[in-house]
Design a protein around this ligand. Structure first.
Ligand code: HEM
Length: 366
């Protein structure tokens, strides 16, 4: 499925590039479609081909990111929480919540209908012609099993939202940052391209078997995750019990915000932390699995990201194919140093301006 979506990605870039005099392509938009295609097929078994549906999804994700940055006075000064009734914050949260809920509800409903039509008893197996997707599996959870899993409709909707947020929003942002850093660092781009092309040996589409061997590509992705963490403050946590850390008392139920951005740029842990330098990960044992606390782009511990393998596979395959199939340049011969690296604010930090680059298709012998 990932490889099919990669083939789609290549086709769209080829088409956009050939229809523009200067071979320009809007990578931000195209990469969103790529990762969204993968996430949607895995989650709900289909892509959002209807433009209105896709617009609703993007709006829901944007709203969520926007709301997360709004100052909620009641959260910090509880006796002032009434202020949110007057300044419009509560009304807005309520409105966005209802909109998102309705959208997610329609997805669950669609699956329930499909399930009814098939009159199939879900038992965790695929039904032959069509692979089960994430929502099918959730709807098929046996509430009477020995693990006592209680999944209500609201849990399922929240899990679908998590999949969209992680699978689409964060992953496409990382891929866009990776390409932005590569275009700003032509030597690194060349080295990554040489590795990809040497290992894929003239193939038009790089496969997952190939990407496994691309150590420099892995280092480029790791360095992007370090320097450009898409969720710099992760998601807020809450302490479950009272603890004492370095002499400070942290009461139970305290909101804990982890500044991953600062950790990943800590000069004590990193040499020249502001520099984009994938070499720091070559021959290094530091990994994102949550064991090396100076590098936690996916978090750590029980609330760490469960989508690491899913994300890394999409990132590696997407990036390898972009580098294999095209030569990349700044638009209109601009200097790479002129690329605007401004960021948005929000739960997920995007590149402020869409990444528009010139993509020149590579000539293959066969
Ligand atoms: C490059 C892409 C991704 C990055 C950098 C990333 C990063 C993160 C981070 C930092 C957290 C919070 C961890 C914590 O607070 O300790 C998180 C949580 C989460 N991620 Fe990801 N993620 C990515 C992709 C994905 C994908 C593809 C999925 C799903 C397929 C996913 C699903 C989730 C879920 C469900 C949570 C919440 C876990 C919980 O609250 O217990 N993520 N992710």
């Amino acid at each position: 499925m990932r490889e099919e979506e990669t083939a789609c990605l290549i086709e769209i870039i080829e088409r956009s590039s050939s229809s523009s005099v200067d071979n320009l392509v809007d990578l931000t938009e195209i990469l969103f479609m790529y990762v969204n295609g993968i996430a949607c097929r895995a989650t709900i078994g289909r892509k959002f081909s209807d433009k209105r549906e896709l617009k609703r999804l993007r709006k829901m994700l944007d709203d969520m990111s926007h709301l997360s940055t709004m100052f909620d006075v009641g959260n910090w000064i509880p006796w002032l929480s009434w202020v949110n009734y007057f300044n419009g914050v509560n009304a807005m949260v309520e409105k966005k919540y209802e909109e998102g809920k309705e959208f997610l509800e329609s997805i669950v409903e669609e699956h329930m209908e499909k399930k009814k039509k098939k009159k199939k008893k879900y038992d965790g197996e695929t039904n032959g012609d069509e692979a089960e997707n994430f929502v099918d599996v959730l709807l098929g959870v046996d509430h009477n099993d020995k693990h006592h899993i209680q999944l209500g409709r609201d849990h399922i909707k929240a899990l679908i939202l998590d999949m969209f947020a992680g699978g689409t929003e964060i992953t496409h942002t990382v891929l866009t940052w990776a390409m932005a850093e590569l275009i700003r660092h032509p030597n690194i781009m060349n080295r990554a391209q040489e590795e990809v092309r040497a290992i894929s040996k003239g193939k038009q589409i790089v496969t997952e078997d190939d990407t496994e061997k691309m150590t420099y590509l892995h280092a480029v992705i790791k360095e992007t995750l370090r320097l450009r963490p898409s969720g710099p403050l992760m998601v807020p946590h809450e302490s479950t019990e009272h603890v004492k850390i370095h002499g400070y008392d942290i009461p139970a139920k305290t909101t804990v915000i982890v500044n991953m951005w600062a950790i990943c740029r800590d000069p004590i842990a990193w040499v020249e932390p502001e520099k984009f330098d994938p070499d720091r990960f070559m021959d290094s044992k530091v990994d994102f699995k949550g064991q090396d606390f100076e590098y936690i782009p996916f978090g750590a511990g029980r609330r760490g990201c469960p989508g690491v393998a899913f994300a890394i596979a999409s990132l590696e395959l997407g990036l390898a194919n972009l580098l294999n199939r095209f030569d990349w340049a700044m638009p209109f011969g601009m200097d790479p140093g002129e690329l605007d690296m401004g960021e948005t604010s929000g739960l997920t930090v995007h590149k402020k301006e869409n990444l528009v680059l010139a993509a020149v298709p590579r000539q293959f012998d066969n």
